[in-house]
Design a protein around this ligand. Structure first.
Ligand code: PLZ
Length: 453
């Protein structure tokens, strides 16, 4: 890996009790004023963060294997990003692109049009959050096709706004009692190789979904198919080879807009700029957020020029979309991604993680709790099952998953879980993490998995 300069010492260190007294005090203040509906998975309060390290207000240093849910791919204080933000903030913090435009918005659009898959004419619009990008992709697909239906998948996650809740599959904690939900959303089966009843090729899993769409909606009523090329919150589910290309080809034949939600999988996370590229899929519209902003809130949709330009002037926008500070941060983050070949680093992370977890699964044997190891690049996961059921009944082991995440945290490693059934440990390290720190984090994780078994 290329040399990366870090500001903070890249070393895990837990001092005394955990959480420390200052975090405990802050948590008490928080409980009195912050709504209980917002939960935090880690009970410590952050003081600083850089590279693969997060330090807390009590002086503890944690290895970050979550990147704030796949956001800080370039680290939480990348020098290019910090410098660009400092420079921009001294000039103007906001003017509103819909009132008085500025260059950085245009420059981000130029980058995204060049980086997203496909060499066709493209157009870009910038927003603030992933959910907002998804909402707008749906707006464009509906307007451009004159159709209403949107197809989403089992295990999908697309956000927490009303339309994106409707698109998200899982009721708890995202949807339960928050309805009624937006209409004209249809859900079809995903390709989930580990949990198919019998081995199902990608093409056949796609045909299963397509047949349902044709029977239950009718191809000519479908505006768009919305899919995460690798599902995130749903469990880092990598569909079987051929699934995505078959869906995309069907969409093309039927005038259906193929929307890839790359909010979590995009921007070097999987070892390519976009996860769609692993199978040569060229989406009609790509939604982006998280890694795109180098930690600042920025999201985008980039799509075929004919679709995007079908919208009447003034039909898309928002006060803050493409905020100048966020745009400056994004351009700097993209520069860092190129300078340090973060795609290459993501692929290296995949090699290291896969080797470690595969060795652990072998060591544990058939009696172990590792059901599946999957993912691409620095978006890797372990699905946990009850002892001895990995190749038979594959019984969900959410208790072990929780225990492992808690044990990692106690030892100074921030690790996230996910999955429809809450039984997946996911690894989303900053792509700039050092090999040494990643290896230390994996040592802790492997030990926690052994103990939980
Ligand atoms: N699409 C694929 O992963 C956000 C959500 C965490 P926002 N994922 C993390 C949580 O519990 O809220 C996400 C995603 C995909 C859309 C979104 C939504 O992005 O920026 O959170 O709105």
């Amino acid at each position: 890996m290329t040399d990366i300069q870090y500001r903070l010492a890249q070393k895990r260190q837990i001092l005394g009790t955990f959480p420390g007294p200052k975090s405990v005090e802050l948590d008490a203040r928080r409980k009195a004023v912050v709504a209980g509906g917002v939960a935090s998975s880690v009970p410590v309060y952050v003081a600083d963060a850089d590279g693969g390290i997060i330090t807390d207000v009590d002086g503890n240093s944690f290895i970050d294997l979550g990147s704030g849910i796949a956001v800080t791919s370039v680290g939480a204080s990348d020098s290019n990003v910090v410098e660009a933000v400092r420079e921009q903030v001294g000039h103007f913090t906001h003017t509103c692109f819909m009132v008085t435009p500025y260059e950085s918005y245009v420059a981000v659009a130029e980058e995204l049009n060049a980086l997203t898959p496909g060499t066709h004419q493209k157009r870009t619009v910038l927003f603030n959050s992933g959910a907002e990008a998804v909402e707008n992709a749906v707006k464009v697909a509906r307007l451009a096709t004159g159709r209403d239906a949107i197809v989403a998948f089992d295990h999908a996650y697309h956000g927490r706004t009303n339309l994106t809740m409707a698109l998200t599959a899982k009721a708890m904690p995202y949807k339960r009692n928050f309805g009624p939900f937006a209409p004209e959303i249809y859900r079809v089966p995903m390709s989930y190789p580990y949990r198919e009843e019998s081995e199902l090729k990608g093409q056949d899993a796609a045909r299963r979904a397509i047949s349902m769409i044709e029977k239950q909606i009718g191809a000519d009523a479908v505006a768009g198919i919305l899919i995460e090329p690798i599902q995130g919150e749903g469990g880092f589910i990598v569909p079987a080879d051929g699934f995505l290309p078959t869906l995309a080809a069907w969409a093309k034949e039927n005038g259906v807009v193929f929307i890839a939600d790359e909010v979590q999988s995009g921007f070097c996370r999987t070892g390519e700029w976009f996860a769609s590229e692993h199978e040569g899929v060229v989406p009609d519209i790509v939604t982006m957020a998280k890694g795109i902003g180098g930690g600042l809130p920025l999201s985008a949709i980039t799509g075929r020029a004919d679709l995007m330009d079908a919208v009447h002037p003034g039909g898309l926008g928002g006060t803050y979309g493409g905020n100048p500070i966020a745009c400056a941060a994004s351009l700097a983050a993209i520069k860092t991604m190129k300078e340090h070949d973060l795609n290459g680093r993501a692929r290296n992370i995949e090699r290291i993680v896969t080797a470690r977890l595969t060795a652990l699964a072998e060591e544990m044997g058939d009696a172990g709790i590792i059901g599946d190891i999957r993912g691409r690049g620095a978006m890797m996961a372990v699905e946990l099952v009850k002892p001895g059921t990995a190749n038979t009944t594959k019984e969900i082991n959410a208790e072990a998953t929780k225990a492992i995440a808690a044990a990692c945290l106690q030892a100074g490693v921030v690790i996230l879980t996910c999955g429809t059934y809450g039984n997946v440990i996911r690894l989303l390290p900053p792509l700039v993490i050092s090999e040494e720190l990643l290896t230390d984090g994996l040592d802790v994780l492997c030990e926690a998995i052994r103990k939980a078994a």
